[in-house]
Design a protein around this ligand. Sequence first.
Ligand code: SAM
Length: 278
Amino acid sequence: MEENTLHLHEKVKKILYSLTGITLSENKDIMIANRLHKLKRDTKFNGDLDALLQDISKGEFTSEFINSFTTNKTHFFREDFHFLDLKNRVLPTFKSKEIKMYCSASSTGEEPYSMAMTVFEAQEENSCKINASIIATDIDTNVLQYAANGVYRFSKSSKEFPEWIKPQKYFKRRVNKTLASEEILIKIKPELQKLVSFQVMNLNDPEYPFKSEQFDVVFCRNVLIYFSSEDQNAILKKLFKHLKMGGTLYLGHSENPHDLINYVERVGQNIFIKTKEI
Ligand SMILES: C[S@@+](CC[C@H](N)C(=O)[O-])C[C@H]1O[C@@H](n2cnc3c(N)ncnc32)[C@H](O)[C@@H]1O
């Protein structure tokens, strides 16, 4: 790789780390090059990439930069055993009660809406009302806007929904016809949307805007993988403060609780109950 490209990529990594805490691994050069060029097109920046990065380090185009370098892969009911655990173990203990849940890297919204659908299923199975609210945050303002809109492409071949969920209960179907193709769009129904509020938040911030022990349930899945081990540990400790004693923490399949291990009980695959305050 040319000296100048190397220098640009190092600069991207430095800025990205300082703004988000995301650590890009060594083999990400093609990804960095593609995203930098797209960022230049999207911002309609006239100068070269070096000048663009200089402006970004001075505070210009910050959201555009962050939004370009986040990875937002998600889908409804990803790692569906977590939602089954929420439905079968956690939610029945909140019959006629209030439950506050937090989704800490909600991306385009499929994860918090899956949590909301799970609440509706639990209410039906237990013939009860559960007063649930879900705060969903992400650092990427584009995905938050998409999530709040609540419109998704539906593919008949997709296996996103487990057999215990009937998507037609939770979505309105829309057909988007163009001359070339026809796609099915699904829109989250308002009763589900009402449960979720989306906010921008950086997990790398020194403190989070929540009360201590605010949440009964915290989802922190498939986001820690973008941070160094030390930063993962720091994020988990901050999140833990906002989880109630006896509350449940769900982590992604390749993530681990680091120093929290002595303060939790493992009750399933990356499912932890808070047993002690740190
Ligand atoms: C791969 S998605 C995971 C989405 C979802 N949790 C799931 O498991 O399907 C990772 C998300 O983390 C968000 N993210 C990355 N760094 C972040 C930070 N510092 N603060 C908050 N969110 C962040 C990204 O914008 C992205 O939407």
